[in-house]
Design a protein around this ligand. Structure first.
Ligand code: IMP
Ligand code: MG
Length: 203
């Protein structure tokens, strides 16, 4: 996709499309080695992880299954509270299964930390995390992330599944949102469509 239509909102490209695809392929190969003979269940978190999930599984060469969950975080406009409600649960039991959560980004870590605890109560053989992006500066709780695509600075990222108010998920690269978009909200930070005030919103 051309950046032309998005010039007004994008400040800088943080990860180019080629670099994304190269790293996703590497992660897929590593996962294939680690999960040989384990018949893993890859759990994509809707909606942000759909592109990452679709691309990475095509580099996984061991037998695996896919499932998806949709979660919502309660919190203020910009901060996740860590209280997560399951909007769409897994289709089947994970008892005794090797579960690999595929997520778009770890920000505070609150959403994933809650989700991991929830899934561990279901007696899986293992639960690991594969996150495309991590923002180390924003971390509030430690989340053991086994596979990481890229560490990014504390900027609001869009593209390749990540949204700003449900837009820009379809970019094939990762970009930092232009600061003027933050100022529009008058809060010094963009309002996350995924974490609306008061109500539950889908990640
Ligand atoms: P956490 O609970 O603070 O780690 O929030 C994780 C969720 O917030 C992610 O799954 C995203 O849906 C959303 N999020 C966090 N940072 C960004 C960002 O920079 N761009 C878009 N969505 C984000
Ligand atoms: Mg998400």
């Amino acid at each position: 996709m051309s950046t032309a239509t998005h010039d007004l909102v994008i400040d800088e490209v943080m990860v180019e499309a080629d670099a994304l695809q190269q790293r996703v392929a590497e992660l897929g190969r590593t996962i294939s080695e680690d999960y040989a003979g384990k018949d893993p269940l890859l759990v994509g978190i809707l909606k942000g992880a759909v592109f990452f999930m679709a691309d990475i599984v095509r580099h996984v060469t061991v037998p695996c299954e896919l499932d998806f969950m949709a979660v919502s975080s309660y919190g203020t406009a910009t901060e996740s509270s860590g209280v997560v409600r399951i909007i769409k649960d897994l289709d089947s039991s994970i008892e005794g299964r090797h579960v690999l959560i595929v997520e778009d980004i770890i920000d505070s870590g609150l959403t994933l930390s809650h989700l991991v605890r929830t899934l561990e109560l279901r007696n899986p053989a293992s639960v690991e995390i594969c996150a495309l992006l991590v923002k180390p500066e924003r971390r509030v709780v430690e989340v053991p992330c086994r596979y990481t695509g890229f560490e990014i600075p504390n900027r609001f990222a869009v593209g390749y599944g990540l949204d700003y108010r449900e837009r820009y998920r379809n970019l094939d690269f990762i970009a930092a949102l232009h600061p003027s978009m933050y100022e529009q909200d008058g809060e010094g930070e963009p309002r996350r469509a995924s974490i609306p005030t008061g109500e539950a919103g889908q990640a």
